[in-house]
Design a protein around this ligand. Sequence first.
Ligand code: SF4
Ligand code: SF4
Length: 385
Amino acid sequence: MSECAYKPACVVWELTLACNLKCLHCGSTSGGRRKTELSTAEALGLCGDLARTGCRGVALMGGEPFLRKDFFKIASRVRQLGMELSVITNGTIHSEEIFDNLKGLAPRAVAVSLDAARPELHDRIRGMDGAFKKSSAFIDRCLKEGLPVSVITTMHRLNIKELPGLRDLIKGRGIAWQVQTAGAEGGRFSKDLLLDAEEFYAVGLFVEACRREFSPEELPVIGAHDLGYNSGLLKNVSLYEKWEGCQAGTAVAGIRSNGDVLGCLAINDDKFVEGNVLTNSFYDIWNGPGSFRYTRGFRKEQAGGNCSACAHVETCKGGCNEMSLMKTGAIHNDPYCFFRLEKELFREDGRGIFAKKDLKPGAQPAAPALGRLARIFAGGRGKRE
Ligand code: SF4
Ligand code: SF4
């Protein structure tokens, strides 16, 4: 098979669905292992196949990845094959072996989930008393060992007011912070807890405000893929200067613990499974001529009603496909991009939460706008000026 033009920069691999926590918002409703979890030999073989495909980095996650007894065998193989390693953990499983081995592997990032600055709320969201204390101790120990620590925070209505507290907890400690928003896929998550348009936009404003107030050294903070695009007010809040469309199947891929390959694990829908590594190699799935058509073969005619007439559609390709699918049942149709939201929030008739005059590309949001934003974070929703 000839190689395609795309190379996976990052493959996110759910090593196991087993988890010791019961997080409310968990998109894959982790808890028990999948019936057909890859064996150690299969997982090690997959590492070789990822390297052969030209994969630059692998992020091992779960469930809780440290529940796999062969975790360090697999992680070591990733590094031996010259790929970068990231680990995404809930931070509640500790041992000297874990910290020693992590240090030896020189990971690109050790990412720990932290959803609230108040221990009792984090524990409630994560479904385990004492989870905050354990995860915080894990972070402290990783920092002490000189490991590159990230914190991942998943936003929904229960914790949107926690953003300032988390910022204060994280800043100045050399921790990178990724803020993402919860999706509706998880079986334990009430849809009432999803952020609405104003709350969603407010998270973007918060990230931008942090970036203006603190240097990247003081507080390196980004929004995840589903947050942003073509704002008239904010810079791109994700890691990239400009959003160039969903990277599923072009630069990123996801692998489930049973070997299913998707463009992105956030798209938790079997319709988007491109193949299984027990049937076809990852190399063949990735390089298959018909693979990942929805991103590789995107044409603007495929965009949904939210995006089809947008001036950005050719580069943006309809925003985050996971968000689009969750909110509209179709891909390339993201209703929550900042370009669209600002049209609603900055309405000419003044009935949006901001006045149209506040909308100045790259400008600091006007003080009244920030005041209204502050009220959103303080739970004062529905009040308009
Ligand atoms: S409307 Fe669609 S294509 Fe336009 S910027 Fe938003 S997500 Fe992108
Ligand atoms: S579906 Fe969304 S989160 Fe997944 S790769 Fe595409 S943009 Fe990123």
